[in-house]
Design a protein around this ligand. Structure first.
Ligand SMILES: Cc1ncc(COP(=O)(O)O)c(C=O)c1O
Length: 369
């Protein structure tokens, strides 16, 4: 049996006719950039998340960059995130001259450890922004993070690129900070058919800056007040996302069902299963287990036709690009250990129960059970 890690065609099979119709509608509309489709999707997405404003941009990376700059960060300002995220969390901001700092993670949830955050903010008083990443679809411990950041006067921007529809204490991620970034990379829980992203906020002032930043710093036609970029979600992607958004909750439920099948199927095996923190509604962008003999297990699964991935094999502080920051092996022991052990298993909503049973059986076989 061959099981793919992602299967977008299968996930979207039921809405293919709607997607094709929408594609043709946009094609014949003659309007391709910042038109009705983008505006209508921005409104729908803001309403779904529960923020006042949303600004569609060209990628999740740009959503982080535009969010950080809209919050007023300037070249040389420091921000903190965790080292076990996709490189974009840090690079989106370091590209604009901001300086990354890192704090370690919790070994069980793999998300930002509030204790480690507090220790860092106590030592480095000039950190301006905290970027907690709701990794794999699980919200961070936002009560503690918000409380610590409030005490140190640090603003927060959530990296919700993997967490569309995830909740903390019944509030959607994206509403728990000053601004939040989402990615619509095709394999995400809500993905488009190319690159796309969106940045949300409740602040009118931040929203206005976001609009300017995505369109050449323009405040009015041919009036350019600040340094900006060109980073727009296009009409076609926005229209296709509008078709998909109403299905997000149902797809997330599919992921959650698959995760609970794995939880039961892997019970008693020498692998760590995902741990959900209190008050979290996890949407399993990825179902990530940890195994000491990771490489051998992955090779065994691959031989049996099961594709797995590692998110992520090298913590960011050990990437060459950030060697100038002065971190080394041992700087963040929990993130480093995690990066050596984690394996992402297929969890997409169209995965069948037999496929999950086959994967669990194959893992059991690997351990001689
Ligand atoms: C945690 C995280 N942050 C940022 C990004 C960047 O998003 P994009 O690929 O849309 O630029 C991604 C997605 O790849 C991500 O997973």
């Amino acid at each position: 049996m061959n099981v793919r890690i992602f299967d977008i065609e299968k996930d979207h099979a039921a809405i293919k006719a709607d997607l094709v119709r929408t594609f043709e509608k946009v094609l014949s509309s003659g309007e391709y950039i910042l038109g009705r489709e983008v505006k209508s999707f921005e409104e729908a997405f803001a309403a779904y998340v529960g923020t006042k404003y949303a600004v569609g941009v060209a990628s999740g990376t740009d959503a982080i960059k535009i969010g950080g700059l809209a919050l007023g960060l300037k070249e040389g300002d420091k921000f903190v995130t965790t080292p076990n995220t996709y490189i974009a969390t840090a690079m989106a901001l370091s590209e604009g001259g901001l300086v990354p700092r890192f704090c370690d993670i919790e070994e069980d949830s793999y998300n930002m450890d509030p204790g480690a955050l507090e220790e860092l903010l106590g030592k480095e008083k000039d950190i301006k922004l905290c970027v907690p990443v709701h990794l794999y679809g699980q919200p961070c411990r936002m009560d503690e993070i918000r409380d610590i950041c409030a005490r140190y006067g640090v603003r927060i921007m959530e990296d919700a690129c993997q967490a569309h529809g995830s909740r903390y204490r019944d509030r959607n991620v994206g509403t728990l900070s000053d601004a939040a970034a989402f990615s619509f990379y095709p394999t995400k829980n809500l993905g488009c058919y190319g690159d796309g992203g969106i940045v949300v906020t409740d602040s009118e002032n931040t929203f206005t800056r976001m609009l300017m930043l995505r369109a050449h710093g323009q405040s009015d036609r041919h009036v350019h007040d600040i340094q900006g970029f060109v980073s727009r979600l296009d009409e076609l992607q926005a229209a296709l996302l509008s078709v998909k958004l109403p299905h997000l909750d149902e797809w997330n439920e599919g992921r959650r069902r698959n995760a609970s099948l794995y939880d039961r199927g892997l019970e008693g095996l020498p692998v760590s299963r995902p741990v959900t923190i209190p008050h979290a509604f996890h949407v399993y962008h990825l179902y990530v287990i940890a195994a000491e003999d990771r490489e051998a297990l992955r090779a065994y699964l691959s031989d049996k036709g099961i594709t797995t991935l590692v998110h992520y094999p090298t913590p960011i502080h050990l990437q060459k690009v950030y060697s100038y920051l002065g971190y080394a092996e041992g700087s963040f022991p929990k993130a480093e250990k995690t990066s050596r052990q984690i394996i992402s298993l297929p969890v997409h909503p169209s995965l069948r129960e037999e496929e999950i049973a086959f994967i669990c059986r194959t893992i059991a076989e690997f351990y001689g059970r």
